[in-house]
Design a protein around this ligand. Sequence first.
Ligand code: NAD
Length: 729
Amino acid sequence: MRRGRGLHAAGAGPERYQGYGRGLRGISLAVLQALEDGLEKADADPSVKAVMICGENGKFSAGADIRGFSSPNRQGPSLAALVSLIESSKKPVVAAIEGIALGGGLEVALGCHYRVAHVKARMGLPEVTLGLLPGAEGTQRLPRLIGVPAALDMITTGKHISAHEALKLGLVDEVVEANTVEAAMHLANQVIGQPLGPRRLSLRPVPPLPDTDGFLRAARLRVRERARGCLAPELCVQAVRAATELPFSAGVRRERELFVELLSSGQARALQYAFFAERAVRRWSAPGGAASHGAAPRPLRSAAVIGLGTMGRGIVTCLVKANIPVVALEQNLEYLNVGRKAVMLLLEREAKKMEQDAQALDFHNPARLQFTVDFDLLRDVDLVIEAVFEDMALKKEIFHKLSRICKPEALLCTNTSALDIDEIASATSRPEQVIGTHFFSPAHVMRLLEIIYGRHTSPTAIATAMQLARALRKVGVVVGNCFGFVGNRMMFPYVEQAVFLLEEGSRPEEVDQVLEDFGFKIGPFRMSDLAGLDVGWRSRQGQGLTGPSVPAGTPARQRLGRRYSPLPDLLCESGRFGQKSGTGWYRYERAGGRTATPDPGVHSLLAQYRHTHGIRPRHIDQEEILERCLFALINEGFAILAEGIAAGPEHLDVIYINGYGWPRHRGGPMFYAATVGLPRVLARLQHHSQAHPDVPGLRPSAFLEKLVAMGNPPLKEWMSYLSQQSPRL
Ligand code: NAD
């Protein structure tokens, strides 16, 4: 056998995602052409007996260029033609899979007659995560190779599998620890002269199941439920169904139709935007010229977490999982024991999930995880994350202590949800080392880490916090300091509108349903019940909005000259704290229960409330519910951008997708606003604002007005209009 030079040199080459707006290297046209030329040459050359396809630099291929998906000359069909060409080769073709074989890369491997993978290689068809399906015949070949259940799992989730899993599934023929290319050539030499028919997947039948139709129907329901309005997983199921019902060529035609349908759905664009936005936010900048390119992080060799409540437990868990030794501290032994048990339980569960890597966690080793009530043990840690009660006086006391005890270069982080980072930093002698690291609950699961710099936070501190996000496999987003930062600040007007809608005539389950149908994982009332209604209640008491500090004679439904709803306070006063107490906006099977049932008690409380305040309930349609909740949230987003609290709309979108259950296939709130069209968002806000003049959250942001006046520019240009500020901005 001779190693076809063209094939090797131009084989499905390595991709490097170079970030938003810059060129991606995928299976480019040049690579396709070189593969085609090489194959033709090999076929024509009688001295070549077999062909091996491999990648360069230890990577088989990360697939097609994502930007190419939406261009008119996209590669789907031509890649498919190449895969067919490989399969029809008269000489055996062996894929040598090193590193990764993803998307189009794996489809190329499926066209080969044999596949050899390196033990560390990973394979997958991630198209679904970008709103597409494997459009180079992957949905037709994979079920023929590994059966419908395994193929569906890979195609509808986009997950990557290891070489060993691939071997178990029959996706590869051999897994090797040494040189994959040599092993592939060795295999090629062995199979020279053997019949290729049985190795051509297009000629194979799909292995039958006892009830294929029933299996596919159940799978379709399952993915529909999980996808919440995202089309791609469901169309993936349809494509696999085509493989089971149609001859190969007709299945391929169906795959192509479904691919085109997805491409034109708008969801693919939103998902691809989300993909690039997550890369874009890795670069950060802060006022004063600090930016990611000029700042190096400090090493993170050890950490401490203060407070082992809901958040602290999850934070300790993700630090241990990231192999960072942790000191976990509580206020007294009683709380420490409760916290220790909870952390151990979480870690046991995580270890079970990780299976073979469980040993690596090593959390019974005190050198890796230590529980204490003694602040002196924090002397040498590189990083402290405070997660005690949301109480400014308490946080300041702790930060004062930390600045006395910790080494000078230690990063001091607070997990506050909304409090002023500068005020917390003022309790220390080193405000440049203080930063907000806002985790989301459950902290060991949620991907978002909102990173909040204060007035004095150093670029090194920001870079180190971003490094922490990376180490914890989270998406770090750097934002400025204001009440509620970005995520919660945008959430306040959204939840406020949801409550106003109840006053006016809606029920909690109706509002939740509309927003869940939109694609949110969970509506605002279910979410409030989950988080605990007492949290917001305490915060409102602290702000003087409710409780004994409200001056006598204050109108029940007004605070500081604006509309206020005391409904959430009334719920708490009657002991309804949400899931934890078994009642909230819904009823639960018991305290701590998870199954929400509409509560007649809440319905009569609402009726009584409206009667007391002389509100005549009206029917509120879905459109009004959506517009008032979403546009109020988006409006706050424009205010945040105008104030320079976030560097761009992508930051807001990444925060909402990863921290607040915003449907990814809608690309985030600001992307959604751009899709709806800013003139419409503005017009509807104006409309609702006129109907509710006492609600500042509905008054259109000056920045939104300006963008509309400038002709509704595309999202990526929005920030450039901030530099040419209008007198109102
Ligand atoms: P929690 O009430 O569940 O836990 C707080 C823990 O801090 C308790 O175990 C308490 O004993 C401990 N603590 C109090 N004083 C202490 C001291 N002096 N020294 C050591 N430990 C002390 O609270 P939580 O929900 O985990 O919230 C913690 C922080 O995270 C708050 O600032 C909150 O606003 C923020 N946060 C919460 C959520 C959430 O969903 N719960 C989400 C994001 C951020």
